[in-house]
Design a protein around this ligand. Sequence first.
Ligand SMILES: Cc1cc2nc3c(=O)[nH]c(=O)nc-3n(C[C@H](O)[C@H](O)[C@H](O)COP(=O)(O)OP(=O)(O)OC[C@H]3O[C@@H](n4cnc5c(N)ncnc54)[C@H](O)[C@@H]3O)c2cc1C
Length: 464
Amino acid sequence: MRWDPAVTRERCTRLVQSLPAIEWITDSRVDRLSQDFNGFSPVLKRQLGHLRADVVVRPQTEDQIRAVVAACARESVPITLRGSGTGNYGQCVPLHGGVVIDLSAYNQLLWSRPGVGRAQAGIRMLEMDRQTPGWELRCVPSTWRSATLGGLFGGGFGGVGSINHGPLASPGNVLGVKVMSIEPEPQTFELRAPEAMLLHHVYGCNGLVLELEVALAPALPWLEAIVCFDSFDAALEFADVLAAAPGLVKKNVTLLAAPIPDLLLKAAPVLAGGMAPGSHAVFLLLAEYGEPALQQLVQASGGRISYRKTADEVRQGKRTIVEYTWNHTTLHALKVDPGLTYIQSSFEPGRHVEQAKALRKLLGDEVLVHLEFLRNLQGALTCAGLQLVRYRSDERLNEIMQIHREHGVAINNPHAFIVEDGKQSRINPEAVAIKRRFDPAGLLNPGKLRGWAPQHPPTAPVGL
Ligand SMILES: Cc1cc2nc3c(=O)[nH]c(=O)nc-3n(C[C@H](O)[C@H](O)[C@H](O)COP(=O)(O)OP(=O)(O)OC[C@H]3O[C@@H](n4cnc5c(N)ncnc54)[C@H](O)[C@@H]3O)c2cc1C
């Protein structure tokens, strides 16, 4: 095996001793800082739950990051980059021990002007929004309170706001990044999009992103509402019409089919309002001035608004329904019913409503429908699924994903920890080439990029 655990441990001890001015973590916190939210998947939990770094380091400046990277490169120690560790696929879990570089203390907003901002990678997205008055990030995960901008770029997809701006990967959302190479004498480079996107969603395998320059959207006062329905079809059709309505400015539209709202209400009874048990619900964020038009739409579709908060009320109450959407739905549902897991899927624009109806009919209570409406990479309106699944076995989970594919619904497998086995589903030679440029010795997150493997045979992670 390329990484002998005893040798790596010894080298890590030398690293800590050689850079005493930097914050190193060697105590029991290493366990937590070596893991993320891969426990949503019983498959990943089994494969990754026991893996640990030898040491965690928390640099605060570019010079400190450079010193750590240089020392790791000299000692040939694996490096795993970490933002806040909210990823779901074990992206920041080291397969071969070594050093976790926690970038959360490298977190300054560098500048902003109307429509664009630049920050250090460890900035929390909520903090960036706070520091750019009148503007906000275009699409954020439901974890935006704690997750970092660098982590979204390295391992995320998009989320709230993707209904307007598509996923983060849509051209124009990310403008450029500053990257550090992993070498005994690390170099820094400014990459502009589209080249910068070769470092997106590759789990920190292709270079250490120091800074990101991203486009911003105007920050509006967002009304938060839940509309409930007795019929799944009516809820789905309402969500689709609302998502498409060009005059209604919105930030998020989520459909949660029964019994998901009942599960969420166990976690947060305060959301219940007038919602009857067994309802199907649409969670939405809409520009406040659009409320009269929303009410008309709700009336026409046979729904009822069961929960409503103005932007001021949301701010004062410190509770947002955003934290019940996207993978927060999964988080709350799994707490209430640990027998659940989930899948991730992308529906075909134009056929998404028909596909969702057909799959619900076919899979019944085994797959609980959770859809997020969004624009895809090309701008077409569709929905992404984060369906909850009653877990029976790995084989049945794979069958369910296959059934979705057979209905024309693409699967982004959340039960895989290798880049190409998850979202990208194919080896991208350009992404491999850029790894060669910025991580020539293959020290970054080894074992996660399959395309790197043919030239650099992979080794099994400890214990797998
Ligand atoms: C409850 C819940 C809800 C979620 N909802 C969403 C959602 O709506 N949309 C979504 O896209 N995701 C979602 N996620 C996943 C995750 O929260 C986001 O992708 C988030 O942006 C990750 O940020 P982080 O700082 O926690 O990154 P981490 O988990 O720390 O890192 C993610 C990946 O990025 C790499 N990385 C981190 N920093 C850098 C850097 N500076 N340079 C290079 N690589 C780096 C890491 O090595 C790792 O591979 C959710 C997760 C949970 C648990």
